[in-house]
Design a protein around this ligand. Structure first.
Ligand code: SAM
Ligand code: DTB
Ligand code: SF4
Length: 342
């Protein structure tokens, strides 16, 4: 029997010391505790399937050091215009046929221009009408743009804080950590569900990872979805080139699982997504992530520009681990709905 929780029972007063202490637990103890929290609030054998589509690729003015789509990078990714609405709907139909629950659409923008909004609104309406959950990640939003997206029926907005506040300016200089938090506030205020997480393995310290989890776990409301990405190192990006050939080139698997476990324990009702980087992760590491409370993945053979594990590989992994696709409602949303009805 899954435990019913009220929003006010969820803690958002986590201290950094408490989260650091979680990271420091003996590994099996940490994973055990995370698995306990997971089982109390979620069906532990069910994993949510989400599909990604880049609806506007490359040429982005931001200088995010990890990103192949930044105009500052020399990654060979070609810049495109915003995709045609019908072409997006066609991709969404394929994702639905492949069993995906959520369709996530990303644009390589610093922020959407107001002239882009009518097409974006049409896309949201169209994808929703197909019975898929919609998620968009378009960069920074004004309150008015967030309201427009809410009005169109957008279910989720993804906007990652990416790392801890101290390491942020080492990765991105064209905007501030606070700018990210401001957009998250605008999304929340508009009544759209929040998807926010970050990247592990960018050369940050454990203290930075503690700060990353701490920032999310102390938001007034935890994000409904928390994507934890492992850096996909891309040649021609600042981080891809900086880390190449160094011991930091790949995050230690155990440290990655620790980060997933800390997210699960501190944000019990959120969907924790094992996001980018699965393609180069062993089945055993992915299994440990599911054990430590990850319960969502991106399916399909492509993320935005980088390769993903692919449907056949995932079907084989799910069969091997006895996992099934989540079909029901997520606890965090059910909880918010129950409260709104009171
Ligand atoms: N432009 C929008 C923005 O930055 O908010 C949306 C698209 S952006 C590509 C979405 C997220 O993908 C980033 O915030 C980052 O966390 C993740 N990401 C991008 N490149 C990545 C990489 N090479 N490895 C892992 N995650 C990555
Ligand atoms: C998120 O946290 N990860 C996704 C999604 N949100 C938009 C993006 C991963 C991108 C990986 C690198 C690429 O495909 O270029
Ligand atoms: Fe642009 Fe987003 Fe890539 Fe940063 S992460 S360069 S904002 S597309």
């Amino acid at each position: 029997m899954l435990k019913q929780v009220q929003h006010d029972e969820l803690r958002n007063d986590w201290t950094r010391a408490e989260i650091a202490a979680l990271f420091e637990l003996p590994f099996t103890e940490l994973v055990f505790r995370a698995a306990e929290v997971h089982r109390a609030h979620h069906a532990a054998g069910e994993v949510q399937l989400c599909t990604l589509l880049s609806i506007k690729t490359g040429g982005c003015p931001e200088d995010c050091g990890y990103c192949s789509q930044s105009a500052h990078a020399d990654s060979g990714v070609e810049a495109t215009k915003l995709m045609d609405v019908q072409a997006v709907l066609q991709s969404a139909a394929q994702a639905k046929d492949a069993g995906s629950q959520r369709f996530c659409m990303g644009a390589a923008w610093r922020n959407p221009k107001d002239r882009d909004m009518p097409a974006i609104v049409e896309i949201v309406r169209g994808v929703r009408a197909m019975g898929l959950e919609t998620c968009m990640t378009l960069g920074m939003l004004t309150p008015a743009q967030a309201d427009q997206l809410a009005e169109a029926g957008l279910d989720y907005y993804n906007h990652n804080i990416d790392t801890g506040p101290e390491y942020y300016e080492r990765v991105i200089t064209t905007r501030k950590f606070e700018d990210r938090l401001e957009t998250l506030d605008n999304v929340r205020a508009a009544g759209i569900n929040v998807c926010s997480g970050g990247i592990v393995g960018m050369g940050e310290t454990r203290e930075d990872r503690v700060g990353f989890v701490h920032t999310l776990a102390t938001l007034e409301r935890h994000p409904e979805s928390v994507p934890v990405n492992a850096l996909v190192p891309v040649k021609g990006t600042v981080l891809g080139d900086m880390l190449e050939g160094t011991p930091l080139a790949k995050i230690d698997d155990i440290e990655f699982v620790r980060t997933v476990a800390a997210a699960r324990i501190t944000m019990p009702l959120s969907m924790v997504r094992l996001s980018a980087g699965r393609e180069s992760m062993s089945e055993a590491t992915q299994a440990l992530c599911f054990m430590a409370g990850a319960n969502s993945i991106f399916t399909g053979d492509k993320l935005l520009t980088a390769p993903n594990a692919g449907d056949d590989e995932d079907a084989a992994l799910f069969a091997k681990l006895g996992l099934t696709a989540l079909r029901g409602e997520e606890p965090m949303r059910a909880c918010a709905r129950a409260e709104a009805a009171e």
